[in-house]
Design a protein around this ligand. Structure first.
Ligand SMILES: Nc1ncnc2c1ncn2[C@@H]1O[C@H](COP(=O)(O)OP(=O)(O)OP(=O)(O)O)[C@@H](O)[C@H]1O
Ligand code: SF4
Ligand SMILES: [Mg+2]
Length: 335
């Protein structure tokens, strides 16, 4: 699937999200500068209509913070968010609510986002009522439709979320996310809490819904094999920034960034037993409070040279559309 000729649905321009750390008494006495957790720094990307864009990287690299910033659940520290041609970076109140309808999230733990005291019916009718999305007398049919497209029987409408298995709860989370007919879904680790056998069913459901409803999906996962299976393009993040992006098969088959390379090599293989193991890379990522100078990856990179310690590599776009932030990339002659 080629992306450049497709319509851009979401564009991020230089998005940063830094969380200020609380000042201690010692900081005040020493007049120390305020410190920040630099969860996301200067991220620019485009997501094209109908595509599935994978977002991968180690725990703590800023994937969920980026997702929440796109949803405007966090205010960005810097940068611009353009949704369907409209700048939503500073929208507030009703104007923001109206734009947010176009985007919905599917979470790792759907139970935390489902009200345990509401029946399935009440849970699905709520957004339809709040947004006057369909005429009142059509709500029952709409709830039926949402359950059916999510692979659930309309007969469960009077039951409570606590009565369901993990896979069924995730289907409910998906039904709820689809209630307002969004164009863009952010799925943040949607299958990582599920048994492997159930994971495939939910992934297939997401892929089918994406096709049928022409959804655009940002698919966040630390499971590279899942991303390989479902995503058209992939973005690799390290310590709050994009280090590589490109078509999924290109990035997986010929990684250019040394971090992507070790991430792929350390990822479990497709065999089921291995898939439960976490990947392991030498050392831990540095703290997002004190980010290394030069290339952020240099303390852990086996290809590190003097230049890497002082000069931050810019994210460069190659002629084939691949993006890479490395002074000495792999599998290519030019950075
Ligand atoms: N509300 C917050 N306040 C302060 N720091 C935060 C906040 N949310 C996230 N962080 C920090 O920002 C960094 C990025 O966190 P984030 O949850 O975005 O990572 P992630 O890539 O989603 O990780 P995981 O794969 O474990 O879900 C981490 O160091 C985290 O501790
Ligand atoms: S810039 Fe240098 S340290 Fe950073 S990833 Fe490339 S080779 Fe490694
Ligand atoms: Mg996360």
């Amino acid at each position: 699937m080629s992306t450049p000729e497709r319509k851009c649905l979401l564009e991020l321009e230089g998005i940063s999200k830094w969380f200020p750390r609380k000042r201690t008494v010692k900081d005040a006495v020493q007049h120390a500068e305020r410190q920040y957790v630099k969860a996301v720094s200067d991220v620019s990307l485009q997501i094209y209509e109908g595509e599935n864009l994978g977002l991968v990287g180690e725990s703590g690299c800023g994937k969920s913070t980026l997702a929440r910033t796109i949803m405007r659940l966090y205010d960005p520290t810097a940068g611009q968010i353009i949704l369907d041609g409209r700048d939503i970076t500073r929208l507030k109140g009703n104007a923001l609510r109206q734009e947010r309808i176009k985007m919905q999230m599917v979470f790792q733990d759907p139970y935390s986002s489902l009200n345990p005291r509401m029946t399935v019916y009440e849970m699905l009718e709520e957004p339809l009522k709040v947004y006057h999305f369909v005429p009142k007398d059509e709500i029952p049919q709409e709830v039926d439709r949402l359950l059916r497209i999510s692979g659930l029987s309309p007969e469960i409408a009077n039951r409570f979320p606590g009565e369901f298995s993990g896979g069924q709860r995730q289907r409910l989370g998906i039904a709820r996310a689809l209630a307002l007919r969004p164009r863009f879904i952010i799925a943040d680790e949607p299958v990582s809490a599920l048994d492997v056998s159930i994971q495939a069913q939910i992934l297939n459901l997401l892929a089918d819904l994406q096709e049928e409803l022409n959804l655009t999906v940002l698919f966040i996962s630390h499971d590279l094999q899942v991303v390989r299976h479902i995503s058209d393009r992939v973005i690799v993040m390290y310590l709050g920034a994009i280090v590589e992006s490109g078509k999924t098969e290109d990035v997986f088959d010929r990684p250019h960034h040394p971090y992507t390379d070790v991430l792929m090599k350390a990822a479990p293989s497709l065999d089921v037993d291995a898939r439960t193991k976490e990947y392991a890379i030498e050392g831990d990522p540095p703290s997002p409070i004190s980010i290394p100078s030069g290339c952020k990856f240099h303390p852990r990179c086996t290809r590190c040279q003097e230049r890497c310690r002082t000069e931050q590599p810019a994210l460069t776009t190659l002629p084939d559309g691949r993006q890479i932030a490395c002074h000495f990339p792999l599998n290519t002659d030019s950075p």
